[in-house]
Design a protein around this ligand. Structure first.
Ligand code: NAD
Ligand code: TDX
Length: 340
């Protein structure tokens, strides 16, 4: 593989993946494509821009003309699609853009790969397509055979994209794979998501809003371990296959918030319990047996280490998140949390 197209490269996981791949594969060239929505940030890619093996293209994956033009002009050997509207709460407020970007954008990329000689395509999906698990059945996990059973407009749009990817495989023989990962955390995580929101609010002396009673469970994975898994799937995964990614690291939201506060040396007085998210999924938990057995993947970073690294990153990158939290973000925060 010479040239890799990474869509959503200016977002949280996409940017971490760009850095992981540039470091891991010294001959690889990467084109990072991103529409630079509210969640995309060119400052995140500043160090990559200095690397002559990286090039940034501003484009919207739903813009068929622009995406085809890029593929016509530049030979691409593989595509990893991270580009998406990714925040569940925003999807409850404004579902339409989720359907457009997550489903129609995926279709444009699939069509491009098909029109340019069956380019290898990897779809970055989520464990949320499986719906949720009950809190009183800790023995249950999501496997690749778990039926799709979505809860939010976000997860429904991601599931729609997954189904389309598999339809292109069966109908056109497209060389596709899908990964479904659990909740990620780490550097460059947009501060509307739980962990970076709690770290930055605590640093700003603001309340820490926990939905409901904070008993919902998420299965946290350090972002670099997700990147490693996608690299393995891209190189050794079998077209037409789905791979679940997760590290058996389940925590309640309240436990996560308390762990952040402990690392910052703060007490728990800033925690406030706010109105629950509508349709809030109770528990996610991945069974990663398939990717472990098929590709030898395992998570390298345990939660305590990963959370400490993450908190340290936010402590040393205050400019990055203060900039992100100004402007449009302030309006969003006011709207989302004011009367909650
Ligand atoms: P993010 O919101 O931080 O980044 C998404 C990026 O996509 C942004 O840079 C944004 O500008 C870009 N984008 C949005 N619409 C676009 C469009 N129409 N054209 C081009 N670019 C566009 O999201 P993330 O957390 O990095 O998630 C990346 C992918 O991983 C998503 O597909 C998400 O569903 C999936 N995922 C995320 C997690 C998680 O915990 N964050 C877990 C599993 C799967
Ligand atoms: O202020 C908050 N308070 C709170 O209690 C926020 C923002 C979240 N929460 C809760 C809701 C969830 O139970 O924390 C949990 C995590 O919330 P998010 O960070 O919004 O993540 P989640 O909804 O679990 O979805 C994430 O993981 C799967 C990503 O945003 C998705 O893109 C990914 O597919």
């Amino acid at each position: 593989m010479n040239t890799l197209l990474v869509t959503g490269a200016a977002g949280f996981i996409g940017s971490n993946f760009v850095y992981y791949m540039l470091e891991k594969h010294p001959d690889l060239k990467i084109i990072g494509l991103d529409a630079l929505t509210y969640a995309g940030n060119l400052e995140t890619l500043a160090p990559a821009m200095e690397n002559e093996r990286f090039r940034f293209v501003k484009a919207d994956i739903t813009d068929r003309k622009a995406v085809f033009k890029l593929f016509d002009e530049t030979p691409v050997d593989a595509v990893v699609n991270f580009a998406a509207e990714s925040h569940v709460d925003r999807s409850i407020d404004t579902p339409e853009i989720f359907l457009k970007t997550n489903i129609l954008g995926t279709q444009v990329l699939l069509d491009c790969c098909r029109a340019h000689g069956n380019i290898r395509y990897h779809q970055v999906s989520t464990d949320e397509v499986y719906g949720d698990l009950p809190l009183d059945r800790p023995d249950l996990f999501f496997t690749e055979e778990t039926p799709i059973h979505t809860s939010s407009p976000y997860s429904a749009s991601k599931a729609g994209a997954d189904l389309l990817v598999m339809a292109y495989h069966r109908t056109y023989g497209a060389a596709v794979t899908i990964s479904r990962c659990s909740n990620n955390y780490g550097p460059y995580h947009f501060p509307e998501k739980l962990i970076p929101l709690m770290i930055t609010n605590a640093l700003e002396g603001k309340p820490l809003p926990v939905y409901g009673e904070g008993k919902n469970v998420r299965d946290w994975l350090y972002v670099e371990d997700h990147c490693k898994a996608i690299d393995l799937i891209l190189r050794s995964g079998v077209p037409g296959e789905v791979y679940n990614i997760g590290g058996h690291n389940e925590r309640t939201n309240l436990d996560v918030v308390k762990a952040v506060l402990r690392l910052l040396g703060k007490d728990e007085s800033a925690i406030v319990y706010v109105k629950d998210r509508p349709g809030h999924d109770m528990r996610y938990a991945i069974d990663p047996t398939k990717i472990k057995n098929a590709l030898g993947w395992y998570p390298e970073t345990d939660f305590d280490t990963g959370l400490k690294k993450t908190v340290d990153w936010y402590l040393t990158h205050r400019d990055w998140w203060e900039h992100v939290k100004s402007g449009e973000y302030a309006d969003y925060y006011e709207k989302m949390y004011k009367n909650r």
